[in-house]
Ligand binder design. Structure first.
Ligand code: ADP
Ligand code: MG
Length: 358
């Protein structure tokens, strides 16, 4: 039996979120959010706790009603449609499994409600248990399972009715670190094999970047950027995104146009590859630790190694430049020592330049 979701044709988005807002008293949980999710896409909503991720997901599932805006699924307006009629399913952060039912019955639950015959249900549950590597666990009770196995039962149960869109709220939140990575690969594989669109909510940037085809970064009810993981990391659209996703140095200065633009900082000039800010504008450049190259000599901006930390695959240097700026520089060169002077080379490409917020 095929588990592939039947989807419509064409390149129209599967889900279109249009100018959705939702308040709770004085709190604006969603502030004019617009977003399209494509068919077969693995999409991640990333943002700090309280930024509105769960609220947005609950609006899509139908557990919450937006104050304004529209939600269209395959072009159909979801307004007024109860959750159980939406071709959407949600996997809750708590998994919400039925403890008194075994694994098989947990997965079969939604199918029984659809009134399918016994053989169809059994075939489909078996296929789902195989997909989630739970083949031999059908008759186990939920309290006899590990955290990772429960997570897979919840996933199988959520996939059972064949939703066109699966919403997963912090699906790996309850798992320990090692298991999370393994489960990430597993989730990706299942998403690919079923062809179902996944919309996952997470506050963990590594998880969003690892899993998703595209990521939306949210802040205080608004979307700051929607892009591929690579673009989110390499070309953050705002200072907030640059700071939230990955490790970075924020370098303050003033934009100067000479023959070419550069950022005039307290410790020297950093050439700017592109600059759409005017001459004289105060700005902040975000540079990742791994994009600054530390050398023992040669050209660049000089600094003094204040401290270093061995991190396994590289070493993180804290380098003082000028009077009181500390830059974090990742290097594979192990021969640096505290107090040594180093030359820093900045990247040629500097896309993450942000005007000072006035
Ligand atoms: N039912 C509710 N009643 C009142 N405030 C709520 C309710 N649900 C969410 N909020 C508030 O809306 C904001 C967004 O919450 P939520 O969507 O749960 O954020 P996230 O999932 O990103 O952590 C928070 O300030 C939260 O306190
Ligand atoms: Mg949440």
């Amino acid at each position: 039996m095929s588990l592939t979701t039947v989807s419509g044709s064409g390149s129209a988005p599967l889900l279109s979120i249009q100018r959705v807002s939702r308040r709770y008293g004085p709190v604006i949980a969603l502030d004019d959010v617009s977003l399209d999710i494509a068919r077969g896409e693995f999409f991640a909503l990333l943002g700090p706790s309280g930024c509105g991720k769960t609220t947005l997901m609950r609006c899509v599932a139908g557990f919450e009603t937006p104050d304004s805006g529209e939600l269209l699924l395959d072009g159909e307006d979801l307004a007024g449609m109860p959750p159980y009629r939406r071709p959407v399913n949600m996997m809750f952060q708590s998994y919400a499994l039925f403890p008194h039912l075994d694994v098989f019955e947990n997965v079969a639950f939604g199918l029984r409600r659809q009134g399918l015959n016994k053989e169809t249900i059994a075939g489909r549950v078996r296929a789902l248990l195989q997909l989630t590597q739970l083949d031999s666990y059908g008759s186990r009770k939920i309290n006899e399972l590990s955290g990772g196995q429960r997570q897979r039962v919840a996933l199988a149960r959520a996939l059972a009715p064949g939703p066109r869109l699966l919403l997963l709220d912090e699906p790996l939140g309850a798992l320990d670190r090692k298991l999370r990575e393994e489960t990430q690969f597993h989730l990706k594989k299942i998403q690919r094999e079923t062809g179902t669109s996944f919309m996952i909510v997470t506050h963990d940037q590594d998880e969003a970047l690892a899993l998703a085809d595209r990521v939306a970064v949210m802040r205080a009810g608004r979307i700051e950027q929607v892009a591929s993981p690579n673009d989110i990391y390499e070309r953050p659209a705002s200072r907030f995104v640059a700071g939230f996703v990955g490790d970075t140095n924020f370098i303050d200065g003033v934009v100067v146009f000479d023959s070419a633009p550069y950022l005039l900082t307290d410790f020297g000039r950093i050439a700017l590859s592109t600059c759409c800010l005017p001459d004289g504008r105060r700005a902040t450049l975000s540079v990742r630790p791994e994009d600054i190259h530390a050398r023992h000599d040669g050209p660049g901006i000089s600094g003094i190694v204040e401290e270093f930390v061995f991190r396994g695959d590289n070493t993180l240097l804290r380098v003082r430049v000028g009077n009181d700026v500390i830059l974090r520089v990742a290097t594979w060169d192990m021969r640096f020592s505290v107090g040594e002077s180093v030359m820093l080379q900045f990247p040629l490409d500097t896309p993450a330049l942000f005007a000072e917020e006035i």
